[in-house]
Design a protein around this ligand. Structure first.
Ligand code: C2E
Ligand code: CA
Ligand code: CA
Ligand code: CA
Length: 260
């Protein structure tokens, strides 16, 4: 118990000083129109550029940042860099940002996003907030009021990891979502498991009938992209289209794809 406490305290100190040193940065992963191949947006994924450990992935620090209460500050640091960089790109794609359950309970979330938007001149109608269902379990009424505030500012709302949570359908009905993201677990098995394919097809149909954009995540092979396209899925994301990259690489990619 004591050892665990020490470890947690140590982690907390590590995270706080990393935050102070600005070691958290945004990486960007493309979201692509499955029919035309055009860039529709980018998901912002946090990375810790550690002085000795190299690039640390979110699963290794987001849970501790949530636990120790610095998630909002960390997120603000990452989003600030992302907005700043993308405001100058001369592009119109949407930035999808991951918001933790704790942040989605914070009544000033919309104020924080507005401030960042103003500071970096990155319009909020180019921002999409991704939340998972765990966000909605504790207090649906708060989530509804925060969603309404965000929507009034022009922010779009996406239900992430769709199909893995609890009572997904009730949540789709309760909140003003614009998009559902089909979880990677279904996409990765859809070409070899008939059940997965049927579930993906049903989710795409559901999204369509509710007027929502359907996004498939974790596309690693062309066969998956082909099947999703045939099933009517609009947007895709995954290593097949591009891994998460730092801003310099995103800029280089965009420069290459721009017609001369
Ligand atoms: P997520 O939101 O479901 O993000 C998708 C994850 O799948 C990312 O992992 C991404 O790198 C990975 N991925 C994308 N395409 C593929 C693929 O084709 N194959 C495979 N195997 N993986 C793929 P990552 O970057 O490690 O992030 C993990 C999770 O950490 C995210 O899952 C998200 O829940 C959370 N996260 C990341 N950045 C932030 C942040 O700034 N704030 C918060 N609150 N959470 C974040
Ligand atoms: Ca996400
Ligand atoms: Ca996801
Ligand atoms: Ca996930």
């Amino acid at each position: 118990m004591e050892w665990r406490f020490c470890l947690t305290r140590r982690k907390r100190l590590d995270l706080s000083s990393a935050l102070a040193r600005g070691e958290f940065v945004p990486y960007f992963q493309p979201l692509v129109d499955l029919r035309t191949g055009e860039l529709r947006g980018c998901e912002v994924l946090a990375r810790w550029v550690h002085p000795t450990r190299g690039i640390v992935l979110p699963d290794d620090f987001i849970p501790y940042a949530e636990e120790s209460g610095i998630i909002a500050a960390l997120s603000e640091c990452v989003l600030s860099k992302a907005f700043e960089a993308c405001a100058t790109l001369n592009q119109t794609f949407v930035l999808s940002v991951n918001i933790s359950p704790i942040q989605f309970r914070d009544p000033i979330l919309s104020k924080r996003l507005s401030e960042l938007s103003t500071r970096h001149r990155f319009p909020l109608d180019r921002v999409k907030v991704e939340i998972t269902e765990s966000t909605l379990l504790t207090n649906l009424a708060d989530a509804q009021s925060i969603s309404t505030q965000l929507k009034l500012l022009g922010v779009k709302l996406s239900l992430d990891d769709f199909g893995t949570g609890y009572s997904s359908l009730a949540h789709l009905q309760a909140l003003p979502f614009d998009e559902i993201k089909i979880d990677r677990s279904f996409v990765s098995s859809m070409c070899c498991r008939r059940e997965s394919m049927k579930i993906v097809a049903a989710v795409i149909g559901l999204g369509r009938s509710l007027g929502l954009t359907t996004v498939a995540e974790g596309i690693e092979e062309s066969a998956q992209a082909d099947m999703l396209r045939c099933l009517g899925c609009e947007v895709g994301q995954g290593w097949f289209y591009g891994r998460p990259v730092p801003i310099e690489e995103l800029q280089a990619m965009l420069a290459l794809s721009r017609p001369s």
